[in-house]
Write a protein that binds this ligand. Structure first.
Ligand SMILES: [Zn+2]
Length: 437
């Protein structure tokens, strides 16, 4: 009954059938009360899709509404006296703008323009060329595969022997393009930069960089549906395709939470957890890869969008983990550094998702690496854009369809955050970490 899949209009594109979001709007709805929350459950039906679910008191909900549902939406909001603002007038026009801002594709390009988004083929060709561009510094990695048979590919950058490792994972949610773009940018900076601060952080760790760990989904966002989130797996038991790759890890997997908007057991829901833990081959094979390098992993970083949050485990329970204080201290250095460095005082909120958003959910990669692999630090970024109400007035809140001109500043902020985190973490000695205080 909780079908979030919008009633979609499709048009024939040049090569594929592209889902059109023409005249779909996104409305922003601030939440003030429990009563409003329960009213907003009404939109868990066809023709409506939450880009961000409502949670009480912490952030506004973003709801995408199909053209034929706009009148019913407005009437319902009037009846229930819930206020809202239109924040995206026409989703398709944002998508069109994004597509037209992409430069001419060059099939044999070796270095990617960093101010654009790229499809999977371009990203993998770029990865393939890195070892010959930077001999001795780059090792190609295949860290698993997808339901449709694509490799999950990445690189290890190493500038010195005996470094501990930072693992970065992006693109677990297909439509969150800023994650892969940030990882690509950081890889290029780490390989090319002569700046002392960047050199220091790059040289001091081995960087295991995986731009797209949901390759089928990511490809699908380029060929068929820009707003696809899940994997592309099929099964004999449901007509709905895919599972949420960040609800599928074997950690509190079937945890439904106490959250009324959250329906991970529904195969048609955008947050479907899969049929069993690690039912998705991407999560399963990538987890196996992580196990094979687990003794080296010092930091695990997962990139998502959007809202500007820095989360750390647990997402799946209300209790704080044993090393909560250490993670909080390290994370707070990151968000302070980002705020200090930016002209606009870019603000990230820090904490567990349970504390910050009143949102508990199971099966995430960040919780799994923390618990199963006992990595010292696991952080999840929800990248630009912000959900700050003030910024809405500037019109700079395009949700998942973040303009490509934001890739640079976003990547700078992540680099600043990482640098501050790693520096703070280095003050905690090995004994403190193994004690897990
Ligand atoms: Zn995400």
């Amino acid at each position: 009954m909780f079908y979030f899949i919008a009633l979609l209009v499709t048009t024939i594109g040049a090569d594929n059938i592209q889902t059109s979001y023409k005249n779909y709007k996104v409305f922003r709805i601030p939440i003030d009360s429990e009563e409003q929350l329960s009213y907003l459950q009404y939109f868990n039906e066809s023709g409506y899709q939450y880009w961000r679910y409502p949670t009480q008191g912490s952030h506004a909900a973003d709801l995408m509404v199909a053209p034929d549902k706009i009148k019913p939406f407005e009437e319902y909001m009037k009846t229930t006296q819930i206020s809202y603002t239109e924040y995206i007038k026409d989703v398709q026009s944002l998508i069109d703008k994004e597509m037209s801002s992409r430069g001419r594709r060059c099939l044999n390009m070796t270095d990617l323009p960093l101010d654009q988004y790229h499809d999977l083929g371009e990203i993998y060709r770029w990865l393939d060329n890195l070892p010959s561009r930077f001999p001795g510094k780059v090792e190609l990695i295949v860290a698993g595969h997808s339901f449709e048979g694509r490799d999950i590919r990445g690189v290890k950058l190493s500038f010195r022997p005996n470094n501990s490792a930072v693992v970065m994972e992006g693109g677990i949610h297909a439509r969150e393009w800023i994650g892969p773009a940030t990882i690509i940018t950081l890889v290029e900076w780490f390989l090319n930069s002569n700046q002392a601060a960047t050199r220091k952080v790059a040289d001091s760790y081995d960087w295991y960089m995986f731009p797209v760990i949901n390759p089928d989904g990511y490809e699908y966002t380029h060929t068929n549906d820009r707003l696809w989130r899940k994997t592309r797996s099929t099964s004999g038991t449901t007509n709905c395709v895919g599972a949420d790759l960040n609800r599928n890890w074997d950690i509190h997997w079937d945890y439904e939470g106490d959250y009324i908007f959250y329906h991970p057991r529904d195969p048609c829901n955008d947050v479907y957890r899969g049929s069993e833990p690690f039912s998705e081959v991407e999560a399963r094979t990538f987890a196996d890869y992580l196990k094979s390098v687990k003794d080296k992993i010092y930091f695990y970083i997962s990139l998502h969008s959007y809202g500007q949050y820095l989360f750390f485990p647990y997402t799946s329970r209300r209790e704080h983990q044993r090393n909560y204080n250490r993670s909080y201290t390290v994370g707070s250095k990151a968000i302070e550094a980002v705020q200090r460095s930016s002209e606009n005082s870019t603000h990230y909120r820090l904490g567990t998702s349970t504390d910050v958003l009143n949102l508990t959910l199971g099966g995430t990669s960040g919780d799994w690496v923390q618990d199963a692999l006992q990595v010292p630090y696991s952080f999840t970024f929800e990248l630009r854009p912000s959900d700050a109400w003030a910024q809405q007035m500037t019109g700079l809140i395009p949700g998942f369809i973040l303009p490509a001109n934001q890739i640079g500043i976003n990547s700078e902020e992540v680099l600043i955050a990482l640098t501050a985190m790693l520096e703070e973490a280095s003050k905690w000695n090995e004994t403190d970490i193994s004690k897990n205080e």
